[in-house]
Design a protein around this ligand. Sequence first.
Ligand SMILES: NC(=O)c1ccc[n+]([C@@H]2O[C@H](COP(=O)([O-])OP(=O)(O)OC[C@H]3O[C@@H](n4cnc5c(N)ncnc54)[C@H](O)[C@@H]3O)[C@@H](O)[C@H]2O)c1
Ligand SMILES: NCCCC=O
Length: 467
Amino acid sequence: MAQAILDVMPGASTGTVQVSDPLNFWAGKRVEPRQQKNAEPVFEPATGDCFFLLGSRWEKREKIAKLEVINNGKSITEALVDIDIAWQCIEYYAGLAGALAGQHVQLPGGAFAYTRREPLGVCVGIGAWNYPFQIAAWKSAPALACGNAMVFKPSPFTPVTAVILAEIYKEAGVPDGLFCVVQGGAETGTILCQHPKVAKVSFTGSVPTGKKVMEMSAKGVKQVTLELGGKSPLIIFKDCDLENAVRGALMANFLTQGQVCCNGTRVFVQKDIMPQFLEEVVKRTKAILVGDPLLDSTRMGALINKPHLEKVLGFVSQAKLQGARVLCGGERFVPSDPKLVNGYFMSPCVLDNCRDDMTCVKEEIFGPVMSVLPFDTEEEVVQRANNTTFGLASGVFTRDISRAHRVAENLEAGTCFINNYNISPVEVPFGGYKMSGFGRENGQVTIEYYSQLKTVVVEMGDVDNYF
Ligand SMILES: NC(=O)c1ccc[n+]([C@@H]2O[C@H](COP(=O)([O-])OP(=O)(O)OC[C@H]3O[C@@H](n4cnc5c(N)ncnc54)[C@H](O)[C@@H]3O)[C@@H](O)[C@H]2O)c1
Ligand SMILES: NCCCC=O
């Protein structure tokens, strides 16, 4: 397998990355790197080599999280959780690797068959910028556990921490060439998807790029996993625990500055509790501390880049023109710290007076913008919730257990959270319905997406004498 990956990526060796100028990685950052305790350099500028940070596992976790913050802009509190989810994922699939098994099938006359679960070959992982380290782990851990090699291409906006993951694998004894990181954008992604020796592409990103990846993969009859965008519904019934429902709505909208694929950005609230819900959700949204993402107290950092910030602010302007009312936020935010004044911060936004036909309700904004919509009945809200081409996630808050399961059954989405939102335990499969993609990440089922089944048929008697 190591040889196969070298064919796809000549010169590759696990833990090394081909970058001409690694220091350019830092060029797009929004926050000046500060003198941090334990913050040793990560790259060797002279050679372009990346060497992993020294220290205990606990210290490494902190250092990777800081790099993620500097590269991505999310708060350190969230980045630490992301790193934990990543190592949990690697440990989970390392545990499952020894449990991969086939089936024994008894056939007439003493004959029998058995199945073997075999690797696919070289798998390509292509990642988005919102969860750089976590996405690299979610793809590589099951791929390697099933005996594949992986070439991983992070987003050009967040190229840093996938390289650290390669260093970790190398340090852990993964043979050279088994996990490689290649940097680049659309052109590099295209080359990888079209390469004849690539057996599978696992893609995380937008729907338009996902379609291209699927088209290219189809030409080579390669397997594909697509983790795409969403515009997920969160339904809050009047019998809910309102405190938890409000917390759920915040979790569903404002993690990672709202740049989360499975966010529940269409918040349907039963009319009877709309005033209480809005009062509480707006109060809590206004209290979200936006600013230096490296501070423990910060709850929301900066968006990924200037064009994206402008795009998100544009959605808010358009929403206003279409009749939505801004209850809070939705504006560029300039922190008082002078070194942050050029950062891509915005205040988290709650929109009221929304209708299903508005752009802010139909399209994925991928920023901290919650659209709140009133509803009357269960039947009506389920129909409206499903009236979208996306189907990544959904959520329902109610104390009525029968209603909760009925709504979960009727929602067209790959995940339904009941009385919570946006938790991602590695044991639980994650993936979309409809245009949010197909295939799954996490959970046991993902083994099926990174392996193929061989059937071996064994005859114990004579061959039939037909001719
Ligand atoms: N479902 C999920 O698990 C999930 C998770 C995170 C993000 N997303 C989605 O990702 C989107 C935001 O991420 P993004 O802006 O990085 O998405 P994107 O589609 O612009 O880019 C994703 C990746 O694809 C690469 N790419 C671009 N053009 C390509 C091509 N022609 N061939 C091959 N690769 C190509 C990019 O370089 C990047 O690495 C949102 O829509 C979000 O919902 C989905
Ligand atoms: N925590 C996982 C979220 C993945 C989508 O963006």
